[in-house]
Ligand binder design. Structure first.
Ligand code: GDP
Ligand code: MG
Length: 802
């Protein structure tokens, strides 16, 4: 029987996980291992995905993924199911497996990598599952006197904070959350590479006490890697509330690693935790970190693998030999590549292949499951002696989930919440926005009336102040949006929103979490692209980012209103609706196209944890919000500013002193942008666009509403009078007397405005979030090319037809 067939409310036991690669590995890490009990809790309103409970926490799986898991309703089946290694080693056997060379290695490392001659500088990395409380710990530990900077990796970010504790300067790094350290997802790779390359002096492994079993899986991997660590037993308050008792000191003795209970969101236990870090760093903690015993068969395989490495120098890898062998046996591609250059690689790989076959034959399960099982076996054994568990089902969570993911009211609640968020972001945001605009204008006017005329003054007023204005007008939107997103993420509702939207989004090849950015795109593409951060899978994130610009943002609306109102007055509403719908349609088609050709694989399966609901603290929400707004200003502000100045420059020069002040239109025509517009006119001709339209579109690259003010200048010599602009547009003719704006041209033009080059701020956001110019450029060419094609088709087909 397959897990997908398990009726809601029923329990079963896992026999086997089929499938391959990242997906299968992730399932194993998440606790879908043989013998584990799993219960089907709830179907999403659209019947897919399904929520399951396993190892005391909740997770959602798509139906197509649950099919891969073989189960049985009878416990006996699990016991008789052909698989070896049911023996779970008792913790006291551990003494034999100690790693005597460990402390020496650690010292050597430290000698190599110290940063401060006083030896009082400790670099500490936070490693833990998503949602275990790393960021809370980071924020509270680095506190007020921190230096928070954001250091973008390729796909994932880590935050660095520096602060003092006792006589030490501690540099804390908040790494992305991971369930394990295999090389399947970008986060996992990032964290592992960070540990190997940066060699932090100490790792704080943040372990969520409410889901101990699964959280400790990562701990076992860290132990294999031999990194020096201290465990923060976070969310200790939840553990106490549930009535469970946990003898963490006994566990600490068993594994030889200090464990400190913490309540990160209130800052409790953090000083004690840091004390332990210092103690361990100074070598006062003499205990050796234990070694995970993998059972007879696997240990033998590891041993044989280790033997292959005799006389091979692998010190440059900075990884313990045992870890290397385990990972090779598990089929880790990245480690395989690292070893690829060794002269003995053929022997090593041959041995590995042989051992993998041998393991499968003896244990009747492949090496990957065998290792995952052994790790969970070790954890179970250790917890059996130390944890007395009371049912940890969060009642509050159960009730809330029954409402929020209900078949009938789940969607209405979700849409109501989205509506509130949208309205607040854009409508409430409008007031501070007007304030900012006023401030920008006032400053501009002040300079205008107090400075001598000349290019410098114009640069200052129109280029720089205008540019800065263009950057900070979005700030209110971003702050408000992030307030909501921070609340949704921290409370746990975000995961539910993704849960109920997943089926619809999956049809587009996307993830449930893509819905929110796309919706925000109707307000403004910039915060929408920034909010794609919440999507874990890089491929889904990239696709979402690239299709957000097709969501018609509010800056495009004035253009639509002017043209639809002028040329299709009776059907203006219909045209407007059609434009929005076209945008959505193009987004769907592009998403499918990108999924098909550019981002083929789903790099992270949908297996998504549904954390219990938690009331976020005010402080964490504010920090989250501030962080994003600051990032926006710092990273996206620069490019927008520079690009605005460039566009201003192109429109301003060359100056022709013989032209009178008020002949703006002629000036525009002779400026660089006018010349470029005339240059590209042949390209735009097939669409029926003349050079004035081309120039307007060019300056619209800064922001789409500028299309109108440019047209105002070009057609009437005045950028503010809309009524006269309407008259002029209607009356505008080509040299031969035929009207420029036929309905077909207008339609093509509106579609072009919808689709082409989103705007500088959006491109800057794409560059920042994707981590490379490549995708920003791709977005420019893709959207502009598509815009041209659509407008061309409209023009061409329309002309055939009429
Ligand atoms: P991260 O994903 O590991 O960075 O985890 P976060 O720091 O974002 O925390 C996830 C959620 O757990 C948030 O809602 C926090 O407010 C909450 N949280 C963090 N630490 C604790 C704690 O010690 N106790 C409780 N009850 N909740 C916590
Ligand atoms: Mg975090």
């Amino acid at each position: 029987m397959r897990l997908s067939e398990l009726p809601t409310g029923e329990k079963a036991y896992i026999l086997k996980v089929h499938g391959s690669g990242a997906f299968r590995k992730r399932l194993l890490e998440m606790g879908f291992v043989r013998g584990e009990e799993v219960k089907s809790i709830l179907n999403a309103p659209l019947k897919d995905p399904i929520k399951y409970r396993i190892m005391g926490y909740e997770v959602s799986l798509r139906r197509s993924e649950a099919v891969m898991i073989e189960i049985s309703m009878l416990e006996e089946d699990v016991l008789s199911f052909p698989a070896g290694q049911t023996e779970k080693e008792e913790p006291d056997v551990l003494a034999e497996h100690m790693q005597p060379e460990y402390n020496r290695r650690q010292r050597r490392r430290r000698g190599h990598f110290h940063h401060d001659s006083s030896h009082r500088f400790i670099r500490v990395a936070l490693v833990g599952n998503p949602n275990s409380g790393k960021t809370s710990l980071f924020n509270l530990a680095s506190g007020a006197h921190e230096h928070v900077g954001n250091y973008g990796g390729v796909t994932v970010d880590s935050k660095i904070g520096r602060f003092y504790h006792k006589d030490y300067t501690i540099e804390l790094v908040d790494l992305p959350g991971t369930y394990s350290l295999s090389a399947y997802t970008p986060e996992e790779r990032y964290v592992r590479n960070y540990l190997v390359k940066e060699q932090p002096d100490m790792v704080i492994n943040v372990v969520g006490a409410s889901v101990l079993e699964r959280n400790l899986y990562l701990t076992t991997e860290l132990m294999d890697m031999g990194v020096p660590m201290v465990i923060a037993l976070n969310m200790y308050d939840e553990l106490e509330q549930s009535g469970s008792t946990f003898d963490y000191l006994a566990l600490s003795r068993m594994i030889g690693i200090p464990i400190v209970p913490t309540v990160a969101k209130r800052g409790q236990g953090i000083p004690e935790l840091l004390d332990e870090v210092i103690k361990k760093y100074e070598g006062e903690d003499k205990r050796e970190q234990a070694r995970i015993p993998y059972g007879r068969v696997l240990e033998r395989a590891i041993e044989l693998m280790e033997r292959e490495f005799t006389n091979v120098d692998i010190s440059w890898l900075h990884l313990p030999l045992r870890y290397l062998c385990i990972k090779l046996l598990e089929g880790d591609k990245e480690i395989e590549e690292m070893i690829g250059g060794l002269s003995k690689r053929d022997e090593i790989f041959a041995c590995r292949d042989k051992e993998r076959v041998y393991i499968e034959k003896l244990l009747r399960e492949d090496a990957e499951s065998a290792f995952a099982n052994a790790r969970y076996g070790f954890i179970e054994g250790a917890l059996k002696e130390t944890l007395i568990e009371k049912s940890n089902i969060h009642n509050k969570t159960r009730i809330l989930d029954a409402i929020v993911t209900n078949k009938y009211i789940g969607f209405p609640i979700f849409f109501l919440f989205m509506w509130i968020m949208f309205e607040a972001t854009f409508r409430l945001g409008e007031y501070p926005m007007q304030g900012i605009e006023w401030l920008v204008d006032t400053t501009g006017n002040f300079i205008r009336s107090n400075m001598a005329n000349g290019p410098l003054k114009d640069l200052l007023v129109e280029g720089i102040i205008g540019g800065v204005g263009g950057v900070i007008v979005f700030l209110p939107n971003i702050v408000i949006l992030y307030l909501f997103i921070a609340f949704m993420e921290d409370s746990g509702y975000m995961a539910r929103a993704a849960f109920i939207m997943d089926k619809v989004m999956h049809k587009m090849g996307l993830h449930g979490k893509s819905f929110i950015p796309l919706l925000m795109g109707f307000g403004c593409n910039v915060p929408a692209i920034l909010s794609t951060r919440t999507i874990e899978s890089r491929n889904s994130r990239m696709i979402t980012m690239l299709i957000v610009p097709f969501m018609s943002c509010s800056a495009r609306l004035p253009v639509y209103l002017l043209f639809a109102g002028t040329f299709f007055s009776r059907y203006a509403g219909l045209v407007l609706l059609g434009l929005y719908a076209t945008g959505i349609l193009l987004a769907v088609l592009s998403a499918r196209l990108f999924r098909r050709f550019l981002f083929k694989e789903e790099d992270t399966p949908f297996v998504m944890e549904l954390p219990p609901y938690r009331l976020p603290t005010f402080k964490s929400v504010v920090i989250h919000m501030w962080d994003r707004s600051y990032q926006y200003l710092k990273k996206i502000g620069g490019p927008i500013l520079i690009a605005s100045i460039i566009i201003w420059f192109l429109g301003y020069f060359p100056q022709n002193p013989s032209l009178a002040e008020d002949r703006v239109a002629e000036h525009q025509e002779q400026s660089y942008i006018g010349q470029i517009g005339k240059c590209i006119e042949p390209v735009m001709r097939p669409l029926g666009f003349d050079w004035k339209i081309s120039v307007s579109l060019l300056s619209g690259m800064a922001a789409k509403e500028i299309v109108i003010s440019t047209m105002g200048v070009l057609y009437t010599g005045d950028d503010s009078n809309q009524a006269s602009l309407q008259q002029r547009l209607l009356a505008e003719t080509h040299a031969d007397g035929t009207p420029v704006f036929t309905p077909l041209v207008v339609l093509g033009f509106l579609l072009f405005v919808l689709i082409y080059f989103p705007c500088i701020a959006t491109i800057a956001a794409i560059k920042e979030e994707s981590g490379s110019w490549k995708w920003a450029l791709f977005s420019i060419f893709y959207s502009t090319g598509l815009a041209w094609m659509v407008a061309f088709l409209v023009h061409w087909i329309g002309n055939l037809w009429i």
